[in-house]
Design a protein around this ligand. Sequence first.
Ligand code: ATP
Length: 330
Amino acid sequence: MTHEVAVVPGDGIGTEVIPAATRVLRATPVDIEFVRAAAGDETRAETGEALPERTRQVAAAADATLFGAAGETAADVILPLREVVGSFANVRPARSYPGVDALAPATDIVFIRENTEGVYAGIESEIAEGVRTLTRVTTETACERIAEYGFSYAAQNGYDQVTVAHKANVMRRTDGLFLDAVQRVGERRGVSYETALMDALAMHLVMRPEEYGVVICPNLAGDVLSDLAAGLVGGLGLLPSANVGPDNALFEPVHGTAPDIAGEGLANPAAAILSASMLLEHLGHPETATRVGDAVKTVLAEGPTTPDLGGEATTDDVTDAVLAEMEMEL
Ligand code: ATP
């Protein structure tokens, strides 16, 4: 069976790490037809639109999308793209790897972030000169859906510890609704979990990350806490992510365009290749996904590594090493 995968590299290091990830996908026995599509700052400069209609259609029609990063136009690209694929859960694993000099070497946390509403719903207004407001959207349906997904993910992937991040002591109605929904789902499933105020949780994640497993979060909290966890495990070059919906999904490294290193060929491709591994799992090839993930782990442990991890290797050197490792495994 041939899978159709939309490839949207975007801007900055997206154009360096996504080709690395597609090279790895091509080296697997999985039959994939790649359809390349444009989005981002350069696309806007060329066409007037950051996310052309063709790209929307390609992503909607594909079995999955692999996305890189977009610069200034990020909100105009990734938010609608996540919508196009109907995703509601942003899955962000933050894991430390042997051989990587991490602040917290025993971290294995998966953030399950609601990604359709909250303060990222895009409802902002200027109600008077110098006074602007932001509307936070919280719906029972979306809260229950993310809770269901988070508890299922924990059960299916062997995580005993589930933490629900919130700030219901201040945002009483919106996060109150979120907590009530989580509680209903938890009771229905008969599972145990803990709740944590998101600010205190940020501190505990830094001090005792090894005590956490799956963390279910509203939109903004998930964005911030997963970047915090990236800092614990060795940086953004290591964090993959999936945006999952009922029938479709989009995979992307958590990092952005990294303008400070873009164009130098020095970006760490690990996050993008690990995102490709999550894509393989989504397409129904868990063994190949594991092999790709294992090859990345071996290269992270044995080198070569890019400068963000203290090495001198290029994106291509690391990708070549992953491919060589896969050849040994496949
Ligand atoms: P954007 O505005 O596109 O989000 P940014 O610089 O604010 O860009 P990131 O692109 O996520 O945010 O980068 C944050 C930092 O992490 C930068 O110093 C960048 O060089 C570094 N970084 C991010 N991704 C990688 C990577 N794949 N390899 C090496 N360093 C990375």
